[in-house]
Design a protein around this ligand. Structure first.
Ligand code: ADP
Ligand code: MG
Length: 245
């Protein structure tokens, strides 16, 4: 059995009186790709944000490599270095160049030597087809380019898990494919452990080892990817897949 990386137990989350995550349970193992599917408002972003401490939860527990994550700020800061995240809005620092954006956290937070990180950043940029953009500013880049930089920036921290929340949702259709290809390579060639929220069903079908299907903050299905797409168990998931065609 491959090693467990993340385990979520009975996680509950409220916004005020509103119960947005109900008894969430799942396990993520090393090298596995979990896709989080479900209609808008089902709680996907909230869940993924709870996993790296961007959002507090009310009840339940998260274990990282079998160690319970206590809710202290210091603990989360450490964990966040191991769990990289890329959002729909790229949120690069606008006043920093591409290289400065990538170097910031590895040199300031992880205190790694700048030259070492720089060399690595150049390799990563080459891999996503952006050699030569080191001195550009985010405003000079297209959405697809910014998103690829955001992925490189997260990877430069050497995370053990990558979280992707609808990273192609605001891209022009012709830019979507390049970004999905990078994520596919991370999964298939580097066996990165990832949690992916996406509305790209063909992509999800190709990449998902495990699917969590959420509705109204509840997990309706937790199934191996191939089973989910071949034969969803619930009528709700069948209707969801049909609506995505
Ligand atoms: P999804 O990512 O699946 O679209 P979200 O996690 O964004 O769903 O939202 C889940 C529910 O929580 C929705 O009902 C949404 O309106 C609500 N919600 C999300 N963020 C907040 C917030 N900051 N304050 C209050 N309610 C929120
Ligand atoms: Mg969302």
């Amino acid at each position: 059995m491959t090693k467990e990386i993340l385990r979520v137990e009975n996680l509950n989350k409220y916004y005020g009186d509103r119960h947005v995550l109900h008894d969430i349970n799942f396990t993520l193992r090393e090298g596995e790709v979990l896709t989080l599917l479900g209609p808008s408002g089902s709680g996907k972003s909230t869940l993924i944000r709870c996993l790296n401490g961007l959002e507090e939860y009310n009840d339940g527990a998260i274990y990282f490599k079998n160690q319970k994550v206590t809710p202290s700020a210091k603990n989360w800061q450490k964990l966040r270095q191991k769990i990289g995240m890329v959002f729909q809005s790229y949120d690069l620092f606008p006043n920093l160049t591409v290289m400065e954006n990538i170097l910031l956290a590895p040199t300031k937070v992880q205190k790694r030597p700048e030259e070492e990180v720089k060399k690595e950043a150049e390799k990563l940029l080459a891999r996503v087809g952006l050699t030569g953009y080191v001195d550009s500013y985010p405003r000079e880049l297209s959405g697809g380019q910014k998103q690829r930089i955001a992925i490189v920036r997260a990877l430069a921290m050497h995370p053990e898990v990558m979280l992707f929340d609808e990273v192609t949702a605001s891209l022009d259709p012709e830019k979507v494919r390049g970004v999905l290809q990078i994520m596919t390579n991370l999964a298939k060639e580097e066996h990165k452990t990832m949690i992916i929220v996406t509305h790209e069903m063909n992509f999800a079908r190709q990449i998902a080892d495990q699917v969590l299907f959420l509705e109204n903050g509840q997990i309706l299905e937790n199934t191996p990817g191939k089973d989910f797409f071949a034969q969803p168990q619930t009528a709700r998931a069948r209707a969801f897949l049909a609506s995505m065609d």
